[in-house]
Design a protein around this ligand. Structure first.
Ligand code: ADP
Ligand code: MG
Length: 471
């Protein structure tokens, strides 16, 4: 059959392209009207798809009948530069969704048949596993004041990917506030509403690793080409682009191509795009083309709703007062909120104890960050001395050596912010200095923090140490 096809193609296609694109093809098998052909590279496959798919479809249908189909098998020579290791591993925390017409990154696997049914001519027929967690949907993403804009923008984008002014949609916010969940909800909704669209979720770390892998094999173009085939690209945690210059270049090319072709980009970041450091200005300016929406810490009502919804979905039960206790006390982020719930359930089943307020208080102790221990001036003095390598006694003496003076000032400042002692008491702890010295010290430290980045960083580290010591 293939010979027959070739002879027809030979008549239609010019000699040069015929030689380049058709002669290297090997027919593999013909089964149930599905003809499998072997091509030497992914690029080859793309090129055929791009330029000859109509022709091939027509000829095959004439030879094999209406329901003829073509499958590609990409066989890359061993040891050639064209290796395609860009397989994206499935995250392990959920089962791989088994949809029949999905092939796991087919273009990038050796010897994998690529299904190419001629069903919708003219459309990109690439089928890839979108790497989405099916549980991350809009339905399970509770709306509150903290996320309303972002969630609604996400819904609008999912309804009309690429066709709203929210392109790119940048979702930003602190850790555990739902960036990944919301970004994936967009992807899952697109797949539902627009089944023929190609959606891909990828973390920026993975993107960078794939890029490095491809550049090692001189296959950067393949890498970029592949991403340019996506209809909805979700790139998580773009702050990891910091300092990855070459990956940023590749992403720039991909971004431009997708944006120009009306494809949708959804990005997440742990800070507002304008504050992203070590990311090229040309990228940042493109992020401003669309919409940036932030996620805040949910308020009490929303936290209650999130917990109750989670319990409903997982078929869990516990007394309302306990749920309230968790929602009231965990004010950091949603991940911790869920973590607290799960710990409590685990403790209860381990110790075969009913979940009640007492158990909740015990279990949640480790989650709730109240300063239970009192911080003393002495403790701060010891910490500063250790951190800066200054002998403790020197703090109390009259030494005017610069580093000692600064250590003294820092210690006074920290004592002022972390203890309830009066200025007078603080002064007394430094070999009997008076309160004006303490005031002056605190001011000096504040000034230095404004002007000296290294100093500020050092001080923030110290502050963290002091805070942790109180837990
Ligand atoms: P981030 O990516 O911002 O660090 P995640 O998207 O991983 O945060 O969210 C952390 C956890 O909190 C996930 O289990 C997610 O399902 C849950 N979560 C976050 N926000 C919400 C919300 N509004 N409603 C329901 N669950 C949420
Ligand atoms: Mg995340």
């Amino acid at each position: 059959v293939w010979e027959k096809c070739l002879s027809i193609i030979r008549d239609i296609v010019e000699w040069q392209p015929y030689k380049t694109w058709f002669e290297p093809i090997k027919p593999v098998k013909l089964e149930n009207n599905v003809l499998t052909i072997q091509v030497p590279s992914q690029f080859f496959y793309e090129y055929l798809e791009e330029h000859y798919v109509e022709l091939l479809a027509k000829i095959l249908r004439r030879e094999l009948g209406k329901d003829a189909r073509l499958e590609y098998r990409i066989v890359v020579e061993k040891g050639s530069a064209q290796r395609h290791p860009a397989t994206v591993d499935m995250p392990t925390h959920y089962d791989k969704p088994q949809t029949q017409n999905e092939v796991d990154f087919p273009l990038f696997q050796q010897n994998t048949p690529v299904k190419n049914p001629f069903v919708i001519p003219g459309l990109k027929r690439i089928q890839i596993d979108s790497q989405l967690n099916p549980h991350y949907t809009f339905e399970t993403f509770i709306e509150g004041d903290c996320n309303r804009v972002a969630r609604r923008a996400g819904k609008a984008v999912a309804e009309k990917p690429g066709a709203t002014s929210f392109n790119p949609l940048v979702i930003y916010g602190g850790v555990g506030l739902g960036k990944t969940h919301l970004a994936q909800a967009v992807g899952n909704a697109v797949k539902k509403l627009h089944p023929h669209k190609t959606v891909l979720y990828v973390s920026t770390e993975k993107f960078i690793n794939q890029f490095i892998d491809h550049s090692k094999h001189n296959a950067i173009n393949d890498f970029i080409h592949f991403y340019q085939l996506i209809d909805v690209l979700i790139l998580d945690d773009i702050q990891f682009f910091a300092n990855a210059e070459k990956s940023q270049d590749a992403f720039f090319a991909i971004f431009n191509h997708l944006h120009q072709s009306g494809k949708q980009l959804v990005l997440t970041s742990d800070k507002p795009p304008k504050d992203l450091e070590k990311v090229q200005e040309r990228l940042l300016s493109r992020f401003r083309w669309g919409l940036s929406a932030d996620l805040q810490v949910p308020d009490f009502e929303t936290r209650m709703e999130i917990l109750e919804n989670k319990m409903r979905n997982d078929g869990l039960e516990m007394p309302k007062e306990v749920v309230k206790y968790i929602a009231y006390n965990i004010q950091t982020n949603v991940r911790e909120l869920e973590g607290a719930l799960i710990s409590l359930l685990a403790q209860s089943s381990l110790n075969r104890k009913e979940i009640d307020l007492d158990l909740a208080k015990k279990v949640l102790k480790s989650f709730i960050k109240t300063s239970s221990k009192e911080i003393t001036i002495e403790a701060i003095q010891r910490m500063v001395c250790e951190h800066l390598g200054v002998p403790y006694e020197k703090l109390l003496e009259k030494t005017r050596k610069r580093e000692i003076v600064q250590a003294r000032q820092i210690t006074m400042y920290l004592a002022k912010s972390f203890t309830k002692n009066s200025l007078k008491t603080i002064g007394e702890h430094f070999g009997g200095r008076d309160h004006t010295t303490v005031i002056h010290s605190c001011q000096t430290v504040k000034d230095l923090m404004e002007t000296d980045t290294a100093f500020r960083e050092m001080l923030m580290e110290l502050q963290q140490k002091v805070q942790l010591s109180a837990l």
